[in-house]
Design a protein around this ligand. Structure first.
Ligand code: ADP
Ligand code: ASP
Ligand code: MG
Length: 470
């Protein structure tokens, strides 16, 4: 008998057909005698819609959130009407949908009056999506004679107060998970847990960051010392590139925790970047599989994966970025500029994705999300006011429409020719590389291009460096 955590993403519960696939996958495993914990995301697009509704309310729009309520109600009620046979269960679920959506509408109405939405209120609003889908899946499993219960992760995962990107408090979380889930599992019940959401010690709802349901599954896997965590999604596994950008991308059968961590960090949305952290210590294997083709092998993520020397496993990109540059001939030899720069950026609460400094010390450039670019440039201009007035620094500015592209694979370690192949591939396609950085683990090389070149750059690296010789 194994303990398995099975997580289903938004597209895996996007409509009644998808819910039925999920029900069958969970039911089969549970009937086979395994202790199964299902973790479920909001229906695809629901979290985006909830965000759009409440942000537009804060910005003074009274209509949009009503549209969001109607559309979300309709989508959930359609699934319930199509899949639930029993009248009483159907009515009970529809009334849950109405209650959760009415609570959301109330939050939007308050935010509209106040004219602002705090991160704490955002989390309360966004948590509705997962609460809805977990209840629907639990009812579907019950209907299929699998004893099941929806569990809100607000009772399981204890976090700090970093709303929208909360960090779990490990010990308290482990205790809550054992206290709540083990008795259910012992009684032969399959819990269906809401992904993405959690709560502070005081019970205030938080979220783990967008895409955080993968992380929820890993946290539960660790706390229960599960035999495996299975991440079910809409593609066949972790692939050599995003198949939506590179149609000839292939599934990677086995990949290491380190590599997949790097892949996620550098933009492969298939796994939330923090997913791997909880499972490393106990070396719990993670599988990524396709909900719509569960018989396909998928990807196995383990501590050590075999690597062919000199190979790149995958290529990723992160969009929506800006490059901030501080330049000036007078910067040469002035100590502390870099330190002051990054302290100022940190004060803004912005994390830096990549840094590169020209060896002549005449400029420092770094990459941050575009949403923070204006504020960061302003803060830096204040911080460097003296240097700017003395002309030691000539200018501080941000270039938008920047993309980081990363080539990833531990097989790259100690293989100098790789960078040359990557730049050769881009050079022959006439793509200009703006900046370069190599991770100290030598497990990745990142480069910066404009967004106009990004897709072509990814395709080119995939074709010339990853597929070459296959
Ligand atoms: P879910 O809703 O199941 O969590 P996501 O949309 O968060 O699914 O993640 C799956 C998506 O990740 C895929 O549809 C694919 O477009 C994208 N993706 C990006 N990079 C990769 C990659 N290297 N391998 C697989 N999928 C990737
Ligand atoms: N529903 C959340 C989101 O869209 C969490 C997740 O899907 O993993 O970000
Ligand atoms: Mg996801």
């Amino acid at each position: 008998m194994s303990t398995l955590v099975m997580k289903f993403g938004g597209t895996s519960v996007g409509d009644a057909f998808a819910f039925a696939m999920v029900r069958d996958i969970v039911a089969e495993q549970a009937r086979g005698g395994d202790r199964v914990i299902a973790v479920v995301s909001a229906m695809s697009g629901a979290t985006d819609e909830l965000t759009h509704g409440i942000v537009s309310a804060a910005n003074g729009d009274k209509e949009i959130y009503h549209d969001v309520c109607n559309s979300l109600r309709e989508r959930h009620v359609d699934v319930i009407a199509e899949s639930i046979r029993d009248d009483a269960t159907r009515d009970r679920l529809i009334s849950i949908v109405d209650t959760l959506i009415a609570e959301y509408a109330n939050l939007c109405a308050s935010v509209h009056v106040l004219g602002e939405v705090t991160p704490r209120v955002m989390d309360a609003a966004l948590s509705r999506g997962e609460r809805l889908s977990a209840r629907i899946l639990a009812a579907l499993l019950q209907q299929a004679d699998v004893q099941s219960k929806a569990v809100d992760a607000t009772d399981l995962i204890v976090t700090d107060q970093t709303f929208q990107n909360a960090a779990p408090i490990v010990q308290a979380t482990r205790e809550r998970i054992s206290a709540h889930l083990v008795p259910l599992l012992d009684a032969g019940t399959t819990p269906v847990v809401t992904g993405f959401i959690a709560a502070t010690q005081d019970g205030v709802t938080t979220t783990l960051g967008r895409g955080g349901s993968d992380y929820t599954a890993a946290i539960i896997g660790d706390a229960l010392d599960a035999d495996a965590v299975w991440i079910f999604t809409d593609v066949d596994g972790v692939m050599t590139a995003d198949p939506h950008t590179v149609p000839e991308a292939r599934v990677i059968p086995v990949i290491s925790y380190t590599e997949v961590g790097e892949l996620a960090y550098f933009g492969a949305k298939v796994l939330h970047p923090r997913t791997i952290r909880p499972v490393i210590e106990r070396e719990i294997p993670v599988w990524v599989k396709n909900t719509f083709h569960p018989q396909r092998p998928g990807t196995r993520i383990v501590r050590d994966a075999t690597n062919t020397h000199g190979t790149v496993k995958a290529v990723t990109m992160i969009t929506g970025l800006s490059m901030v540059t501080i330049a000036g001939r007078g910067m040469i030899g002035i100590p502390g500029i870099a330190g002051r720069t990054f302290s100022a950026v940190a004060r803004e609460g912005t994390s830096v994705l990549m840094i590169s400094q020209a060896s002549s010390e005449q400029s420092i450039c770094f990459i941050i999300p575009t949403v923070s670019a204006k504020a960061v440039v302003h803060t830096l201009q204040e911080e460097m006011e003296r240097e700017l007035s003395r002309r030691d620094i000539d200018r501080i500015w941000a270039d938008n429409d920047i993309v980081i592209i990363s080539a990833i694979g531990t097989g790259m370690r100690g293989t100098p020719g790789i960078s040359a192949r990557i730049f050769g591939a881009l050079g022959s396609a006439g793509i200009n590389v703006i900046a370069i950085a190599q991770g100290s683990s030598e497990c990745s090389i990142s480069l910066v291009v404009t967004s106009a070149d990004a897709t072509r750059a990814v395709q080119q690296i995939h074709k010339e460096v990853i597929n070459h010789g296959k």
